[in-house]
Design a protein around this ligand. Structure first.
Ligand code: ADP
Ligand code: MG
Length: 347
């Protein structure tokens, strides 16, 4: 049998792997299926364990990704998964594979970015692995962190009537990538026609979008806010694939549905401007764009008043019974079904 991976997609493939996995250790509390694995290591804390792989040409293009930013982002996306469990990251391992086109100076730049992220988030780089590659660069970072047992927050524990919240704003990283891709195409055309002058990419007015794409921040400040204000989210996930896809994960795993309101989705001013240039609706970028690395979480009514006045948190809807499905109420009052675009990676 020769079945293409595209027939089941990324999530179908992970499900297939998960179904064949046996767990042998009693202290494995959570295996495949959440933002990190969860391991019981002490009386009061769980260890969180996660990894992410970035491949040149798939996840990044070195023509428009400075290596320092790439190093920073590679760390940030791992820390974001630890944050999504309501945890604190502590250690990372960094493995790289490099083709002969890379110089020592370039690798210094990559590690400069990794170092800045470690310093900012108080995380220790404690090892890794180095290999050559036939073409391009691969970076694999694994992170561990810790969470108090009574504070751990999974994806599968959202309850009917809980309020749905997101941090920061959504859709900006998607348009940041759109601008970088557009300027890259212009740059290639420029190279063909005019080798004399220097190419000047034009990002004026869109610096925020670029920052969101190139240098995302894990929302560990929000985890601190929860801790300080005694807020216990009922479920949580980080937004790497777009709001819609992450809502599907929470709802599917929790056996519930949801209703969100279009006008409550937090969207930055620059996203509205960019959406006109690219003729893509801002909500489409927020729902399906991905790479914002904000947190999507639910809270019970008793905690609602504690987040209402936070400028970093927007309440966008409510969890419903499973039978109601997943939908968004538009500004005109129409009800539209939420589709999970992130589920078709291999297509
Ligand atoms: P995230 O976007 O939060 O990093 P993913 O969508 O990459 O999460 O992964 C979802 C779940 O599947 C996680 O629990 C992850 O550890 C697991 N997973 C992903 N790929 C594999 C794999 N190749 N083998 C085993 N588990 C995997
Ligand atoms: Mg995640």
């Amino acid at each position: 049998m020769k079945t293409p991976i595209s027939s089941i997609g990324e999530f179908g493939l992970i499900k297939r792997i998960a179904e064949k996995v046996n767990l042998y250790n009693k202290n494995t509390i959570k295996g495949i299926g959440d933002d990190t694995a969860v391991i019981d290591i002490s009386d009061n804390k769980y260890l969180l364990f996660t990894t992410d792989l970035l491949i040149e040409g798939i996840h990044f293009n070195l023509v428009y990704t400075p290596l320092k930013h790439l190093g920073y982002k590679a760390v940030a996306v791992n820390l974001s998964d630890i944050a999504a469990m309501n945890g604190q990251p502590t250690h990372i391992l960094v493995s790289i594979a490099l083709s002969s086109k890379f110089t020592i100076e370039l690798i210094d730049e990559l590690y400069e970015g990794i170092k800045i992220a470690c310093n900012k988030y108080n995380v220790d780089l404690v090892g890794g692995d180095t290999s050559s590659s036939i073409t391009g660069m691969m970076i694999s970072i694994s992170a561990i962190g810790f969470v108090d047992k009574n504070k751990i927050t999974y994806r599968n524990t959202a309850k009917v009537n809980d309020f749905i919240c997101v941090t920061g704003d959504l859709g900006a990283a998607f348009f940041g990538l759109k601008f970088l891709e557009r300027e890259y195409i212009l740059y290639e055309e420029f190279l063909k026609e005019n080798k004399e002058k220097e190419f000047q990419p034009d990002f004026k007015g869109y610096e925020y979008l670029l920052k969101r794409q190139l240098k995302p921040e894990p929302r560990l400040d929000i985890i601190r806010f929860f801790y300080d204000n005694d807020i216990q989210p009922t479920s949580m996930i980080d937004i790497s694939d777009g709001l819609s896809s992450e809502l599907h994960h929470i709802c599917f795993q929790s056996g519930v549905g949801c209703r969100i309101y279009q006008h409550k989705i937090p969207i930055a001013e620059e996203v509205y401007k960019a959406s006109e240039e690219f003729n893509i609706a801002p909500e489409t970028a927020a729902l399906n764009g991905g790479e914002d690395y904000e947190l999507l979480f639910t809270i019970s009514e008793k905690d609602l008043h504690k987040v209402l006045y936070s400028k970093d948190i927007s309440v966008i809807g409510q969890i419903c019974p499973n039978t109601e499905g997943l939908h968004m109420i538009t500004q005109q009052g129409n009800k539209i079904e939420l589709l999970a675009q992130g589920w078709i990676h291999f297509k």
